[in-house]
Ligand binder design. Structure first.
Ligand code: ADP
Ligand code: MG
Ligand code: MG
Length: 253
C-alpha cells in the first residue's frame, strides 16, 4: 500500500529526512514514534506534497503509483488522507461546505458522480455521531473558535466522510483529554481498520496505542527509522524513553 524507500528530503537546504525506508502493507496500522525534531511531521508533509519540502532522493510507491508524480489533490483523490498536528482555520467557509466540496472533488477525480446535498448530509450526520461531534459544529466555519479536541474530532469526521484508503495521522492525540482520546481512537478504528486500508499513526504516547492497537511500531530518529518492532516496542519506549534506544542505534549505524 505504501512503500517508502531511502527517502531524503530537505527544507531550506537543511537535510531532515536522511534515508528513510518504511513499508506499510494493506490491513496494517504502523505507529511512528520518536523524539521532537526527528522529522515525523516532515515525513507527513512530504507524503502530502506540502510546498517547501524538497525530495532529494528515494521513492514512494502509493498503491502502485509513484507518489511524487501526483499533485497534492491527486494524492487525495488516490486515497491518501493527512491529519495534521495543527489543523488550520478557514474563516468564511463552513465545515459542511468544505467537506462536501472536498468529497465531490475526490469523487470527480475517481470518475464517480457527485453526492447530492441530501445524501451528503446523511453521511455527515452519521460520521459526526460516530465522533460524538454536534452537527451544529459542522455548520460553523472550519475550525474557527474550535477547541483543540473539537478540531481533532472534526478532522476525524472529515476522514470518515472522505473514507480514504490510507491515513497519515500526525499527533492526532495532542491536546485531547482522556474521553476525547477514546472517542477519536475508536473513530480511527471504525473508519480505518479494514483489510484494504492502512494507517501511519504518528504519536508520542502509549495512551492512543491502547485504543488504536498498532501492528508495528517504528522509531524515527535523526531522519531515519532506527528500529521497528511490535506493540511491545512502544511500551518499552514509554518505560525507558527515547534516549537509550536512539543512542544505541545511531552508534551502531
Ligand atoms: P518532529 O515532527 O519529529 O518533531 P519535524 O519534522 O517537525 O520534527 O522537524 C524536523 C526538523 O526540521 C527540526 O529540526 C525542525 O526544526 C526542522 N524544520 C521543520 N520545519 C522547518 C522549516 N520550515 N524550516 C526549517 N527547518 C524546519
Ligand atoms: Mg513534534
Ligand atoms: Mg511533529
Amino acid at each position: 500500500m505504501l512503500k517508502i524507500e531511502n527517502l531524503h528530503a530537505e527544507i531550506d537546504g537543511k537535510a531532515i529526512l536522511k534515508g528513510l525506508s518504511l513499508h506499510v502493507p494493506a490491513g496494517e496500522v504502523h505507529a511512528i514514534m520518536g523524539p521532537n525534531g526527528a522529522g515525523k511531521s516532515t515525513l507527513a508533509h512530504v507524503l502530502g506534497g506540502k510546498p517547501g519540502y524538497e525530495v532529494m532522493q528515494g521513492s514512494v510507491d502509493f498503491r502502485g503509483s509513484d507518489l511524487f508524480d501526483l499533485d497534492p489533490h491527486e494524492r487525495a483523490g488516490a486515497g491518501l488522507f493527512l491529519g495534521f498536528q495543527y489543523p488550520v482555520e478557514i474563516p468564511g467557509v463552513s465545515n459542511v461546505q468544505f467537506l462536501r466540496e472536498a468529497l465531490n472533488s475526490q469523487r470527480k477525480y475517481r470518475g464517480e458522480e457527485p453526492l447530492s446535498g441530501g445524501d451528503f448530509l446523511k453521511l455527515a450526520k452519521e460520521k459526526a455521531a460516530l465522533l460524538k461531534l454536534d452537527m451544529e459544529m459542522l455548520k460553523r466555519q472550519v475550525n474557527v473558535g474550535f477547541s483543540g479536541g473539537e478540531k481533532k474530532r472534526a478532522e476525524m469526521v472529515q476522514m470518515g466522510i472522505l473514507d480514504p484508503a490510507f491515513a497519515v495521522l500526525d499527533e492526532t492525540d495532542s491536546g485531547l483529554d482522556i474521553d476525547a482520546l477514546r472517542v477519536v481512537g475508536e473513530g480511527i478504528n471504525s473508519i480505518m481498520r479494514a483489510p484494504d486500508k492502512g494507517v501511519l499513526l504518528i504519536t508520542h504516547y502509549q495512551r492512543l496505542l491502547d485504543v488504536v492497537k498498532p501492528d508495528k511500531v517504528s522509531v524515527l530518529a535523526d531522519g531515519r527509522i532506527v528500529q521497528t518492532g511490535g506493540p511491545e516496542l512502544a511500551l518499552r519506549l514509554e518505560e525507558e524513553g527515547y534516549d537509550a534506544l536512539v543512542n544505541e542505534r545511531l552508534a551502531d549505524a
